[in-house]
Ligand binder design. Structure first.
Ligand code: ADP
Ligand code: MG
Length: 255
C-alpha cells in the first residue's frame, strides 16, 4: 500500500535581499510504501530539509502535491495542521528539540497530553517503549542531565508514542558520536522491522546504508535510487559511496 506520494514538488524561495530566487526543489517525485525505510541523501544545500519540511506540512510547496494516505496536505486548513501533524507524523531532528524544563518522561508524553489521552493509557504506552529504547531508568532526568544519544532516544520515544503513520527524521545522527549514531540506527532498524514506516534525510552514507531504499537528490531533483535487495549494510554502504562519487562527478541523470 502506498502511504506517501510526492508529486511534481517544486519549491522556490525568494530571499529578502533584492528578491533573488532560489530554486530549492525543481521537480521531486517519489512514493513511500507502508512499512518502508527510505533514506534520502544529497549534499548540503541539495534541498533535503526543504523536502522533509514540505512532507511534514511545516512548509508549503510552491507547486505540486504531497499525499499522505491519499490526503492532500496542501488542502488541510491552517488551523487543523498542528493536530494533523500530532496525530499522523513523528519527528526526529538533528538537535533533538526536547524541552529543557521538562523531564524526558514529560517530553515523551507531551503529544499524548496535547491529544487528551488518559494518564493510564499514557503509562501503558510509555513503559514498553522506554524499555525498548533503553531509557527506562532515566525517564525522570532532564535533557541537560543525559547524553546526546540518550536525548535522541527520548526524541524517538516522543515520535513513536503516538503510533504515527510515518516517522520523519532530519539528520538524526548528525549531532551524535559514532557509537551513539550506530545505536540510534539499530533502533530505527528495529522499529522499522516492527512495522514503522521511516523517511530519513541525511548526508551520512553510514546512516543511509541501513535503509531499505536510498534516493539521491541533486540540484533539487531525484537523481537516482538504490534498493537494498539482500545486500548487507557493508555492501549497501559501498554502493552508496560509488553513487555519491558518480553524483559528484556530475554523472547522467538515472532518475
Ligand atoms: P539541505 O537540507 O539538503 O542542506 P536545504 O533544504 O536546507 O538543503 O536548502 C536547499 C536550498 O534552499 C539551499 O540553497 C538553501 O540555501 C536554500 N534555502 C533553504 N531554506 C531557505 C529559506 N528559508 N530562504 C531562502 N533560501 C533557503
Ligand atoms: Mg538539511
Amino acid at each position: 500500500m502506498t502511504l506517501l506520494e510526492v508529486k511534481n514538488v517544486k519549491k522556490t524561495y525568494t530571499t529578502r535581499l533584492g528578491g533573488h530566487l532560489v530554486q530549492a526543489l525543481r521537480n521531486v517525485n517519489f512514493s513511500v510504501e507502508k512499512g518502508e525505510y527510505l533514506a534520502i541523501m544529497g549534499e548540503s544545500g541539495s534541498g533535503k530539509t526543504t523536502l522533509l519540511n514540505i512532507v511534514a506540512s511545516l512548509d508549503q510547496a510552491t507547486s505540486g502535491e504531497v499525499l499522505l494516505e491519499g490526503r492532500d496536505l496542501g488542502k488541510i486548513r491552517e488551523r487543523d495542521l498542528a493536530d494533523f501533524r500530532r496525530d499522523n507524523l513523528g519527528f526526529v531532528f538533528q538537535d533533538f528539540n526536547l524541552l529543557d524544563t521538562f523531564s524526558l518522561k514529560d517530553n515523551i508524553l507531551l503529544p499524548l497530553v496535547l491529544s487528551g489521552v488518559k494518564y493510564q493509557e499514557m503509562t501503558r504506552r510509555l513503559e514498553p517503549l522506554a524499555e525498548k529504547l533503553g531509557i527506562r531508568d532515566i525517564l525522570e532526568k532532564y535533557p541537560y542531565e543525559v547524553s546526546g544519544g540518550q536525548k535522541q532516544r527520548a526524541a524517538v520515544a516522543r515520535a513513536c508514542i503516538t503510533d504515527p503513520s510515518i516517522l520523519l527524521a532530519d539528520e538524526p545522527t548528525g549531532a551524535l558520536d559514532s557509537r551513539s549514531a550506530d545505536q540510534l540506527l539499530d533502533l530505527f532498524s528495529q522499529i522499522n522491522q516492527e512495522g514503522q514506516t521511516i523517511l530519513m534525510v541525511t548526508h551520512s552514507a553510514r546512516a543511509a546504508s541501513r535503509a531499505g531504499r536510498v534516493l539521491f537528490i541533486k540540484d533539487g531533483e531525484v537523481f537516482h535510487q538504490l534498493y537494498r535487495g539482500d545486500r548487507s549494510n557493508e555492501a549497501m554502504f559501498a554502493q552508496i559511496a560509488d553513487t555519491l562519487t558518480a553524483l559528484a562527478a556530475g554523472g547522467e541523470n538515472r532518475g
